[in-house]
Write a protein that binds this ligand. Structure first.
Ligand code: CMP
Length: 140
């Protein structure tokens, strides 16, 4: 196994409910290290670009609207097998199907307001991290 970095977003439903610390506790307890973190307000252009792979999906407009509706916390997580590990820690996209103890099982409200985003592959992690962080801002 290799040390990897993955990209994470704590979504507006998390910041609205003051859950940054609670979600970070689950991340850290799972052995992932938060090596960069910033609270931002995502612009419409940033959200559209970030989710452009979903542009043809019926929920795209709703997704962009939600992600720009309040502050988000963007993060870089580091650890052994970090990409797959974080997906396991987040749980299924739909919180109704998320396993016990996962972030989405504990905190998510719906498939849209599902508290966190995590990269789905190492390649996408690299692309997503570059959209929000400079190398110098990541301290491993
Ligand atoms: P995320 O990992 O951020 O990547 C794409 C997002 O689209 C996903 O999490 C969900 O929050 C969102 N999504 C997926 N399916 C739906 C849906 N049916 N309605 C609204 N949002 C959705």
């Amino acid at each position: 196994m290799a040390t990897e970095r993955t990209f994470s977003i704590l979504k507006p439903d998390a910041t609205a409910r003051n859950l940054t610390g609670a979600v970070n506790a689950v991340i850290e307890e799972a052995g992932l290290r938060i090596v960069a973190q910033r609270r931002i307000r995502m612009s419409d252009a940033q959200a559209k670009k970030f989710y452009e792979v979903h542009a043809e999906r019926p929920f795209y407009g709703e997704l962009v609207e939600f992600m720009t509706s309040g502050p988000v916390v963007v993060q870089v997580l580091e650890g052994e097998n970090a990409v797959a590990k974080y997906r396991e820690v987040m749980g299924a996209t739909n919180p109704a199907q998320a396993a016990e103890g996962t972030i989405r099982q504990k905190f998510a409200k719906s498939v849209g307001e599902n508290t966190v985003h995590g990269s789905d592959s190492l390649e996408n992690a690299g692309i997503e991290i570059k959209q929000f962080f400079d190398d110098k801002d990541i301290v491993g």
